[in-house]
Design a protein around this ligand. Structure first.
Ligand SMILES: NC(=O)c1ccc[n+]([C@@H]2O[C@H](COP(=O)([O-])OP(=O)(O)OC[C@H]3O[C@@H](n4cnc5c(N)ncnc54)[C@H](OP(=O)(O)O)[C@@H]3O)[C@@H](O)[C@H]2O)c1
Length: 410
């Protein structure tokens, strides 16, 4: 007696076999086995019935079903053709037939198409998972304190509130003592147990002095999360030769030096504790679009942030420190000159909520999912078209900005 389950399991090694099935073994709770046999039995030529007489098989019979209905508990001997187990199913046979009839040059193309389809499906599934299903990390595992730069407005302020909501204590680093006090007070009144320390640093001023104060403040604190958010942009779009010395210095000092030196101040503690998460706020201006004309220096400083983050990610991965560059597109803030949020332009709160869920994962991400749709769209367009659209868009911003300036002067 051959056990049908084990025969099917070792099917590929069998050739030209007689199978003795006890029909009771076509176990109705094993539909996969039944399916396989049903499908293959169209190739059975004949079987030995219960009285030993030879019977011709009708290829259209669903034999196991027929046996189990009519001859339960009867031993049946099936004569199978040599290729019973290796013969492809009718569907596979049909596909193979179609492939054989194609010209040879088409086959590599079809293979490539198939691979692209698999890759595309995988990308979509991954996108759904990371945006909607993947849980955020427990940020308190990195340490009980978070340090946020530029927390008195916009995205940084929203980050501070969201981090307090997650139970972290805060070190807030900003230039305006009144605004710092105001944010600190409202966080404490909303999240009673949160401790907040503030450090006054003007990132466009004496940075070494400011960073010295940060070091003093964090001495002895386990700062596990660092949000390098502070950043400035142009008041409005302009050609590079129109960027004055002050603006140029501010962009480089705040965006590049600020992030670099604050990281340098906070990182050694993380290395010592072997844990930490650093989030550097980049911009779509440097990564999503091929160019950001009339914002050249801003975009270039954000390209620095992107590469700086990526290198640190690789350098410190094994030390338990997750470095990430977040790449927002437009968020409704003072810097973007956008007052109201919309589907593609989140509020600061909407952005920060999404942002927290990504901390500790990919080295570069755009946490707000409609932004990632735009990223995909822009990526799929020819660069010259995106460049031309962006130039036209920014020329419009420049014109409106100049008009505003001239009205102010009048
Ligand atoms: N909003 C967007 O659409 C967008 C898109 C991509 C990337 N980003 C990036 O996101 C980050 C935050 O931008 P945001 O839109 O939230 O800007 P924001 O609303 O203008 O807020 C900027 C924050 O940085 C502080 N800050 C500015 N200059 C400073 C200085 N010299 N010293 C100390 N603090 C200073 C501001 O302090 P005050 O309150 O005193 O002004 C404020 O707290 C930036 O790095 C920006 O490049 C923004």
């Amino acid at each position: 007696m051959v056990d049908v389950h084990s025969v099917l399991r070792h099917a590929s090694c069998l050739k030209n076999v007689f199978l003795h099935f006890n029909i009771a073994e076509f176990d109705p709770i094993s539909p996969r086995v039944l399916d396989k046999v049903n499908c293959k039995l169209r190739d059975v030529h004949e079987w030995q019935g219960p009285e030993g007489e030879s019977q011709q098989a009708n290829p259209h019979d669903r034999l196991p079903q027929y046996f189990s209905e009519n001859l339960p508990h009867t031993k049946i001997e099936l004569a199978l053709p040599e290729d019973f187990f290796t013969h492809p199913s009718p569907m596979a046979e049909c596909i193979l037939e179609q492939l054989r009839s194609q010209p040879t040059w088409l086959l590599p193309l079809l293979a490539l198409g198939f691979l692209s389809l698999v890759k595309c499906s995988f990308t979509i599934l991954k996108w759904v998972y990371v945006n909607f299903l993947r849980p955020g990390k427990n940020l308190k595992k990195y340490g009980s304190w978070a340090l946020v730069t530029g927390p008195t407005d916009g995205i940084g302020k929203a980050f501070a509130f969201q981090l307090a909501r997650k139970g972290l204590n805060l070190v807030l680093v900003g230039r305006n003592p009144d605004k710092l006090r105001e944010v600190s007070d409202s966080i404490k009144s909303k999240y009673g147990s949160t401790q907040v320390k503030t450090v006054v640093v003007d990132f466009s001023g004496d940075l070494n002095d400011g960073v010295g104060r940060i070091k003093e403040t964090i001495e002895g604190l386990d700062v596990g999360v660092l949000i390098n958010n502070v950043g400035v942009s142009y008041p409005y779009a302009r050609f590079f030769h129109e960027v004055d010395e002050n603006l140029l210095n501010d962009l480089i000092k705040v965006n590049v030096e600020g992030t670099t030196k604050v990281t340098q101040a906070v990182l050694p503690g993380m290395v010592k504790r072997k844990k930490g998460a650093i989030v550097n706020i980049g911009s779509g201006a440097a990564i999503v679009i091929p160019s950001d004309p009339l914002y050249a220096v801003y975009a270039a400083t954000k390209a620095y942030i992107d590469q700086f983050s990526r290198c640190l990610y690789v350098e410190y991965k094994k030390s338990g420190i997750d470095v990430q560059c977040q790449v927002p597109l437009y968020v409704a803030t003072k810097m973007a000159s956008i007052k109201r949020s919309s589907f593609f332009v989140p509020s600061t709160d909407g952005y920060a909520r999404a942002a927290l869920r990504w901390i500790g994962y990919e080295p570069r991400c755009t946490p707000y999912w409609p932004h990632s749709l735009l990223w995909g769209l822009l990526y799929s367009l020819p660069e010259s078209i995106v460049d031309a659209w962006r130039m036209k868009f920014c020329l419009g911003i420049r014109k409106r900005g100049q008009l505003k300036d001239s009205r102010k002067k009048e």
